[in-house]
Design a protein around this ligand. Sequence first.
Ligand code: NAP
Length: 289
Amino acid sequence: MIEKSIAVLGGDKRQLFCAKSFAREGFRVYISGFDRLVNYGDLISTDIYTALNNSSVAVFPVTGIKGNTVPVYFSDIELKLGKKEINALKDKIVFCGKSDTIKSLCKDICVYDYLACEQFAVANALPTAEGAVQVAMEKYEGLISGSNSLVIGYGRIGKILSRLLKAMDSNVCVSARRAEHFEYIIADGNKPLNTKEINTLNNYDLVFNTVPSLVIDKKVLENTDTDPLIIDLASIPGGVDFNTAKSMNITAVHALSLPGKCSPKSAGEITAHTILNILKEEYGWQKQI
Ligand code: NAP
């Protein structure tokens, strides 16, 4: 095992940008599952076993692994975790998103689920909010400037998204459920609303939901006789009754995985930043340059 070297195993463009970030910080980086690419820069492309054998840290994709297979998007060769790869993981610091499968496969290893880190979730809110604006610009036939928008939820994403929409001159209403959040919403220059009091979407051109609970239900939709564009950002099952919206010809988009789709570079850099922070805080790692 080589100190201060990192294996980035499989995944999409995000993992590649994550690997490049590690290399920029001066670490030796082995990648596996990217052999269809031509130019690797400072990255060392190799098979999964060699990558693991030469590294002290293993980074798996944000989407986790499926069974014993690591998803690959830039290779025709399957990336499998067989017996010797699982053995090689035993003395590694392992990072993986949605880590349940890898934890059940390799019982004696310590796995950090970076997807569950608060730092990752906060940093990811900006690319998600920008992605939501991108979806709105693609699907909405008017301008965001001058539109009436509703952002449901004032958590990580709701805070940033409502500020972005305000900066684009939308008339923004933001719903929340906590008294202190109403004060922040007013301080942002936006209009507050209690999430419980949403009973129609009639006043809005654009509606963004961030609440992971059914807030735009049948009743709200049936009280709506306009055709707002609804963009639901909440993870599956989301917060919108999509069947009723469809039956009423109201466009409702479940816009998921926006950081990966809209800004893979930033999403990958956020992953690298989160992982390097854990390595620094818990293992004393420092930049190598
Ligand atoms: P968050 O910080 O937890 O914010 C969620 C908001 O929903 C908070 O304002 C919370 O209120 C409110 N809320 C939760 N349950 C509620 C309920 N039953 N009634 C009323 N309000 C409720 O979460 P986030 O990071 O902004 O993420 C929001 C959602 O987007 C999550 O489902 C997350 O998995 C998903 N997500 C999507 C993408 C994408 O690409 N689409 C990317 C990342 C995350 P309090 O503050 O009062 O608790």
